[in-house]
Design a protein around this ligand. Structure first.
Ligand SMILES: Cc1cc2nc3c(=O)[nH]c(=O)nc-3n(C[C@H](O)[C@H](O)[C@H](O)COP(=O)(O)O)c2cc1C
Ligand code: SF4
Ligand code: SF4
Length: 423
């Protein structure tokens, strides 16, 4: 069995699975139950001046019968007294010395940062996470994403935290920016030991069309919230990969956003995350999802022949590049497995209305449509809509053209194959 021990910016945990700062990491009893279930670390629900929350405060996107594919909240930071939180953190650390406890913090003035960091360190916590990401409520008070969107302020507060902290400092970044790079670099310049990303995405989850008010409704009004859950994974993966592949960025990443199972976690690790944090899926399904995550990761590592989880961190970075470096001569076409095809014709409709009009009814077999390979551009749409797993595959065509990217074509005159599907 592979070694799952994780070191993320100097914070050591028995495995890479951490609870994200959120309701599942709100109290000592919860975090201890999570550790008993198998979680390797927990980022405590953000501490600062305790706030008053609204009711209601959560919403969800349901799509195609799948409940809560995306999740949204207008909750703020902790609403529990600071001394209660600190006493519970100290107790968790005393009882679970090998697990990672990271204290998430959000305050305003330099003095407040100094005071809260000292109190956090006194608990015996393993690290701090600076919450520069919350996109609702706290940003209106000049904190959260208001800091995360301003590289100068991010760098300055990070440097205060580093000055006052004797334990590792992670900076949690907001995705509510055009480009994540300046923000990751600001944290790095401030001395951060690592970054965590992403926090939630500014959003309105839905509108109550009978009461004429967005959701979640607080009496007769609502406000924008933060989007998270499975639906945000692609955005989070992109930001994680952007930072990880940047040659000037060289501090560890804790990946967050839409992780629902071990595969999602592996994807984040392959794109550069040393640890992975989970919030929404735990809120929806409970702490025990970590059992499958640990088992799945172990099996994956064994099957691929890796001795430790850390070996896969960043493995997919060389495979992530600019569009201009992709091989324009690489060619695939769709092939239908006539045995497993159920003749639903979803691929025909999709290709005709949304792609290149090259899957047609088959005069010889009413059930299985045929692909006109000379016209197929290998876009994948038919495979995406086909309800039968592995029924449609995209198969490489040996077209005789040497690999050539757009950049090579522009700079070196590399020869491109004739275009398909532009009739
Ligand atoms: C109800 C709720 C409360 C949250 N509270 C915090 C918080 O106090 N501090 C923080 O840094 N992030 C907070 N988050 C953001 C999560 O830690 C996490 O970054 C985000 O939900 C994306 O992960 P997920 O897709 O696994 O949920 C909260 C998220 C939710 C849903
Ligand atoms: S890969 Fe695209 S173009 Fe080719 S058959 Fe499928 S949908 Fe049509
Ligand atoms: S979508 Fe899949 S199952 Fe349906 S007709 Fe096309 S190939 Fe067959």
């Amino acid at each position: 069995m592979a070694d799952l021990t994780t070191n993320c910016g100097g914070i050591i945990s028995p495995n890479p699975f951490w609870l994200a700062s959120a309701p599942p990491a709100n109290s000592g009893k919860q975090v201890m139950r999570a550790f008993d279930a198998g979680w390797g670390g927990a980022v405590w629900k953000t501490l600062g001046q305790p706030i008053q929350n609204v009711s209601s405060r959560f919403g969800a996107t349901n799509y195609g019968g799948t409940a809560a594919i995306g999740f949204n909240n207008i909750e703020l930071i902790t609403d529990r007294p600071l001394d209660v939180n600190f006493a519970e953190i100290a107790e968790v650390k005393r009882l679970y010395p090998k697990h990672a406890v990271i204290v998430s913090l959000m305050v305003e003035t330099r003095q407040e940062w100094q005071d809260i960091i000292k109190r956090s360190i006194d608990t015996g916590a393993d690290g701090l996470e600076l919450n520069f990401g919350c996109p609702h409520g706290m940003c209106e008070r000049g904190m959260g994403s208001a800091v995360g969107q301003e590289p100068r302020v991010n760098e300055e507060i990070t440097s205060w935290a580093k000055e006052y902290s004797s334990i590792p400092v992670l900076v949690k970044l907001t995705p509510n920016v055009g480009d994540i790079l300046p923000h990751g670099h600001a944290a790095q310049r401030g001395g951060a030991d690592g970054v965590s990303l992403i926090n939630t995405i500014k959003s309105i989850i839905s509108v109550d069309i009978d009461r004429f008010v967005p959701n979640p409704r607080v009496g007769s009004m609502s406000t924008n919230g933060g989007y998270c859950g499975a639906a945000v994974k692609p955005i989070a993966l992109h930001m994680c990969g952007q930072l990880a592949r940047d040659p000037g960025f060289n501090i560890p990443i804790s990946g967050i956003g839409g992780v629902t199972n071990w595969r999602d976690a592996v994807e984040f690790m392959l794109l550069g995350a040393s640890s992975v944090q989970v919030c929404t899926e735990v809120m929806l399904k409970g702490y025990r999802i970590v059992e499958d995550m640990i088992e799945g990761l172990n099996e994956y590592l064994d099957e691929k022949g890796f001795a430790s989880a850390s070996e896969i961190v960043g493995k997919a970075i060389p495979g992530y590049s600019e569009w201009g470096n992709l091989d324009l001569n690489y060619e695939t076409v769709a092939k239908i497995d006539s045995e497993s095809c159920i003749g639903c014709y979803k691929c025909v409709v999709a290709c005709h209305d949304g792609a290149h009009q090259c899957i047609h009814p088959n005069p010889d077999d009413a059930r299985v449509p045929i692909v006109d390979e000379d016209e197929c551009v290998g876009c994948n749409l038919c495979q995406i809509v086909c309800p039968v797993p592995d029924c449609i595959s995209l198969v490489e065509v040996a077209n005789g053209f040497a690999p050539a990217s757009w950049n090579e074509h522009l700079n070196e005159g590399a020869v491109l194959r004739p275009k398909k599907g532009s009739h």
